[in-house]
Design a protein around this ligand. Structure first.
Ligand SMILES: NC(=O)c1ccc[n+]([C@@H]2O[C@H](COP(=O)([O-])OP(=O)(O)OC[C@H]3O[C@@H](n4cnc5c(N)ncnc54)[C@H](OP(=O)(O)O)[C@@H]3O)[C@@H](O)[C@H]2O)c1
Length: 330
């Protein structure tokens, strides 16, 4: 078997410095495994966090990054019954998508409907499913099984891919939604959604007269801490799922509001505990949201894997609008 093109992280550090191109062997397939030719993979912020060493207690070096992508089954191991060469699949549950030939247990591969484009398929999983989990967590907190009608909900980093998905779903749920963004430029790029309110934080603290029943936060740091301390109603919830500022919420902010529930949501906790049936059902919802546009991700550019450094530079650029995809085959 010919070697294949991959990215490899052999030491922790700045992603631009430590993500290297490599030529990796294609070992024989163990029973129950499939080999997938990865055709598109996304660059998401969460792909880069393990590269920095932030999760070094559960990351084993060296590793291939990339949690999200789509490919076609190229070989199947002994005992695999549900998949055959040529099937288009999403491999879930572990990193490794930033390489041309990925081996994964067949049980962790999920069929992709033919009507989805390759770009839709490559962005079908991480952000749409996290959005669904965040909405489920909000409903759980408020004890509602139907809609979030009338709940005042603030969404930080609202211009991010997942922020936009949250805005659309929350408005459809009947919530009073405020998109919280850090600049006028981002505010101007938000989708024109009926009923959506916008708050630009800039360098200023948010006025204490702004009150939410829930804040869904991907920023952490000062913005998240201020919102938690000053802008939540008693009995409300602060649901954090990211820390784009690179700074955790302070203990002071957490201690200041014993009347507010704080929770951090990890998609991986759901993915590794839900079981295959629940994951299939969640993916079906993700696919529906791609079809009706709720879970659409704008695509900034697609790069061959051999130009991963340029792809990462665009991912980090303040001018980037949309997701950067890579084609690991070239
Ligand atoms: N917990 C989980 O399981 C889970 C799952 C999926 C994603 N996430 C997290 O969700 C977050 C968003 O992911 P994504 O894929 O939607 O991101 P994305 O599409 O790449 O967008 C990120 C955007 O957030 C804004 N941003 C960056 N730093 C910021 C800051 N310090 N303050 C305010 N806004 C900032 C920037 O937009 P502007 O320049 O326009 O402001 C940036 O383009 C990430 O933190 C990711 O790790 C977590």
């Amino acid at each position: 078997m010919a070697d294949h093109l991959a990215t490899l992280v052999a030491e922790y550090g700045r992603p631009e410095d430590v993500i290297r191109l490599a030529s990796l062997p294609r070992p024989a397939l163990e029973p129950g495994m499939v080999e997938i030719t990865v055709e598109r993979a996304a660059i998401n912020p969460s792909d880069l966090i393990p590269v920095t060493g932030a999760y070094n207690n559960r990351t084993i070096l060296p590793f291939v990054p990339g949690f999200e992508g789509v490919g076609t089954v190229s070989r199947v191991g002994a005992g695999v019954t549900g998949l055959k060469p040529g099937d288009r699949v999403l491999p879930l549950g572990a990193s490794g998508l930033w390489q041309a030939a990925l081996q994964r247990p067949a049980d962790w591969c999920f069929a992709v409907p033919d009507d989805l484009s390759i770009e839709q398929a490559a962005t079908a999983y991480v952000n749409p499913m996290t959005t669904l989990r965040l909405i489920a967590a909000l409903k759980d907190h408020f004890g509602v099984s139907s809609r979030l009608t009338g709940r005042r909900i603030g969404v930080t980093a609202a211009g991010s891919a997942i922020g936009r998905m949250l805005l659309m779903v929350l408005l459809a749920e009947g919530a009073e939604v405020t998109a919280i963004v850090r600049s006028e430029a981002t505010a101007a790029r938000l989708p024109a959604l009926p009923g959506l309110q916008t708050l630009v934080t800039g360098q200023r603290p948010i006025g204490k007269d702004m009150v939410f029943d829930a804040v869904v936060d991907a920023v952490g740091g000062v913005t998240g801490g201020d919102l938690l301390q000053n802008n939540l109603s008693a009995g409300g919830v602060f649901l954090q799922y990211g820390a784009l500022s690179g700074i955790p919420i302070t203990q002071e902010a957490l201690s200041a509001r014993p009347d507010v529930r704080f929770a951090f949501l990890w998609l991986r906790s759901f993915v590794h505990s839900a079981g295959r049936q629940a994951l299939s059902s969640a993916l079906a919802h993700c696919f529906d949201g791609l079809r009706d546009g709720t879970f659409a991700s704008e695509i900034a550019a697609t790069y061959p894997l051999s130009r991963i450094k340029e792809a990462l530079a665009l991912h980090h650029s303040p001018d980037r609008i949309g997701k950067v995809l890579i084609d690991p085959r070239c």
